[in-house]
Design a protein around this ligand. Structure first.
Ligand SMILES: Nc1nc2c(ncn2[C@@H]2O[C@H](COP(=O)(O)OP(=O)(O)O)[C@@H](O)[C@H]2O)c(=O)[nH]1
Ligand SMILES: [Mg+2]
Length: 197
């Protein structure tokens, strides 16, 4: 749940980048970090193993400026994708306002994507979220590689709910800012609905 401070007119939202290990979640945040102006970003924190893999999470705070008269910030997190880190994933998902599911488009990652998406569903449920209500978008990453699945195949595997989706290359930076824009929009329109209730 977004933290809303009426007295100081501040909103803080949380977005989690989820997906199988090595799909490009950390690379998403690194690219955003490299592109966002100094005065709009905080320090990026990565807790990684010595093989450079996310151990607990990566964290990047962003300042969105004024939204509905509130000064608004977004905190971006990634989860470790490796199967055995499930307790950590569940913990990082707590109180999130939106999710980007980062799929690896490579043909050989088909099964890993599907398993990770099932794992997301389970962990959302365990945290008391309704997958039909939480702002969720799908990213088909690594589109710059050769042996990749068609978008249609990825949609069949992962997006039968017809969620907003984006094709990206986190390595080249294609579609990465767009991804943040799409999920940010979904989170803010969800917040607006909650405000009205
Ligand atoms: N070719 C290609 N490689 C990528 C892309 N995104 C990430 N990678 C590479 O995939 C590996 C894993 O990326 P990382 O962001 O650490 O994955 P994470 O486990 O999801 O955080 C790294 O070697 C990245 O450079 C992409 O869009 N294209
Ligand atoms: Mg990572």
């Amino acid at each position: 749940m977004a933290l809303i401070k009426y007295a100081t007119r501040e909103i803080a939202c949380k977005i989690v980048y989820y997906g199988p290990g090595m799909s490009g979640k950390t690379t998403n945040l690194q690219y955003l970090y490299s592109r966002i102006p100094e005065d709009r970003k905080g320090k990026m924190i990565s807790l990684a193993t010595n093989q450079d893999r996310t151990l607990f999470f990566d964290f990047l705070p962003l300042d969105l400026g004024d939204v509905f008269g509130f000064s608004t910030s977004i905190q971006l997190y990634t989860v470790p994708g490796q199967v055995y880190y499930n307790a950590t994933r569940r913990l990082v998902l707590q109180a999130t306002d939106g999710i980007v599911f980062v799929a690896d488009s490579q043909t050989w990652r088909k099964e890993d994507n599907i398993l990770s998406f099932m794992n997301l569903k389970e962990n959302l449920k365990a945290n008391g979220f309704d997958i039909n209500l939480i702002p969720l978008i799908i990213q088909y990453n690594k589109r710059d590689l050769i042996e990749i699945m068609d978008i249609e195949e990825l949609r069949n595997d992962l997006n039968t709910m017809n969620l907003p989706d984006v094709a990206t290359s986190a390595l080249k930076g294609n579609g990465i800012i767009d991804t943040l824009r799409v999920v940010g929009k979904a989170v803010l329109s969800d917040l607006r609905k909650k405000f009205k209730r």
